[in-house]
Write a protein that binds this ligand. Structure first.
Ligand code: ZN
Length: 135
């Protein structure tokens, strides 16, 4: 795995949290993107070399809605950049990690993503993400 690509934060109200994080970081979000298949709307901030993703549920049965119901707002996942997500999934499976989606799916911000079940990672939902290269 390479660097931490971003940290994902679950929020109830994306507009309100965009305003809050703009004040906190001193920069506005640079994009909003809906991932309809996941029932989520995301916004992204850059703070120096770091990236923050805010996630708001767009439907009541989406994973983010369920997370907010159970745990409330807060850090939802840590995403690591990987060069080759398919081989990284195989490596982690070999190490005994529970991969939630063994076939990478299209996530926000032009990424292929896969998640590890937090049960096997000390309660931390881990996202792997690989940049989709335009060819
Ligand atoms: Zn993410």
């Amino acid at each position: 795995m390479d660097k931490i690509e971003h940290i994902g934060i679950a929020v109830k109200d994306l507009e309100a949290s965009n305003a809050l994080f703009e004040k906190l970081l001193g920069v506005p979000h640079y994009k909003i993107e809906e991932v309809a298949s996941e029932g989520v709307r995301t916004s992204f901030f850059k703070s120096g070399p770091n990236k923050i993703e805010l996630l708001e549920a767009t439907k009541p049965d989406s994973p983010i809605a369920k997370y907010l119901e159970k745990k409330g707002e807060g850090i939802h996942h840590i995403a690591f950049a990987v060069a080759d997500i398919v081989s990284e999934i195989q490596r982690l499976k070999g190490e005994g990690f529970l991969v939630l989606n063994e076939t990478p799916k299209k996530g926000a911000d032009n990424k292929l993503v896969a998640f590890l079940h937090p049960k096997g990672t000390n309660g931390v939902l881990v996202e792997l993400c690989q940049e989709i290269k335009e060819s």
